[in-house]
Design a protein. Structure first.
Length: 331
């Protein structure tokens, strides 16, 4: 296993009392996997990743990362991993290429190799011509891609990516997705957090879902989506006063669950939603009820989270981890 963690806990002390950011996380990541870590803001994603990367110490629990014990050999962990934080890691006044080479040299990489590898990564991550530019002159997307170069320059076998595509345009996101796939094809293991459900679906071999500091679901994207009962169907009515009649018709359908009404919309889940629509629409029409629209969608990762927790993955209302986390000294 590239990562094996048991009972990881992290509690922060605040003026309002303790905050239990991570509450007993167990996880395994095999060599060569791309594993996505999903959850809303404040769920414990970044705190867990920072513990595994030795940036903060667990309150309790144990882990082996890249073959090294997290508590007994944190230096060994750092030598074997790459870490790309959300907040960036370059100095505004520094020259982009110098930052990359200096970072590589800290890992013992020969200067000529660092320059050659850095220039190659600049080309691959769509940063041509920016080697001698000051970091502060780069756009937000360019700085984000530079952060990723910094995390990859020493050729780590385990890469932590915290929200790697935040701030990137669609073309740059697609470029980075392909680079992540190439990393896996080259034998690297990738552990990433993301808010983008399409990103997790497209990239990840396996997904871990965290909520309130605990893992609530784990599996391949398709396996997780199969846990949701049926397809989602959404009926938009011309007259909201007719919603009770439609709800009654829907409730009589075999297998219909989670029937909900919101104004002029009736939504429910049912196996093989597309195949039940013809008879459903005939029944609604027979009652003289007019529809404005019909939507059917397969289960998504957001539906998985909603099923598991009663909340959406896109719910950003949770309080982020306390500022004390950022003040922690490196272990």
């Amino acid at each position: 296993m590239m990562i094996e963690a048991r009972g990881l806990v992290r509690t922060f002390k605040t003026k309002r009392g303790p905050v239990h950011a991570v509450q007993g996380v167990d996880l395994n990541v095999a060599d060569g996997e791309i594993v996505g870590f999903l959850g809303p803001n404040g769920a414990g994603k970044t705190t867990t990743m920072r513990m595994l990367a030795t940036l903060i110490k667990p309150t309790s629990g144990s882990a082996t990362v890249a073959g090294c014990d997290l508590a007994e050999d944190p230096v060994g962990v750092r030598r074997r991993i790459g870490y790309v934080p959300q907040s960036g890691s370059t100095l505004p006044e520094a020259i982009a290429g110098d930052e990359v080479v200096d970072h590589a040299r800290l890992y013992g990489v020969d200067k000529r190799k660092a320059i050659a590898d850095g220039e190659r990564l600049f080309e691959e991550l769509d940063l041509p011509g920016l080697w001698r530019r000051q970091c502060k002159t780069l756009s937000g997307g360019q700085r984000r891609r530079l952060d990723i170069v910094m995390g990859l320059i020493h050729d780590p076998k385990l890469i932590f990516l915290d929200e790697p595509t935040t701030g990137l345009d669609p073309q740059a996101r697609a470029n980075l997705w392909e680079h992540i796939r190439q990393l896996r094809r080259g034998g690297a293991t990738v552990f990433l957090t993301t808010h983008y459900l399409d990103e997790a679906d497209a990239l990840c071999d396996r997904i871990l879902v965290i909520d309130h500091g605990r893992i609530v679901a784990a599996g391949k994207p398709e396996e997780l989506k199969q846990q949701v009962s049926g397809d989602g169907v959404r009926l938009s009515l011309a007259d909201a006063s007719q919603a009770p009649g439609v709800t009654k018709i829907v409730a009589e359908l075999p297998g219909a669950v989670a029937v909900e009404t919101d104004g002029d919309v009736v939504a429910f889940r049912i196996p093989k939603g597309g195949s039940v629509l013809p008879s459903l629409l005939r029944s609604i029409d027979a009652q003289g009820i007019e529809l404005h629209g019909v939507e059917v969608h397969r289960p998504t990762l957001d539906d998985v989270f909603l099923t598991m927790t009663g909340r959406s993955l896109r719910d950003d209302s949770e309080t982020p981890a306390p500022a004390e986390e950022e003040k922690e000294a490196v272990a």
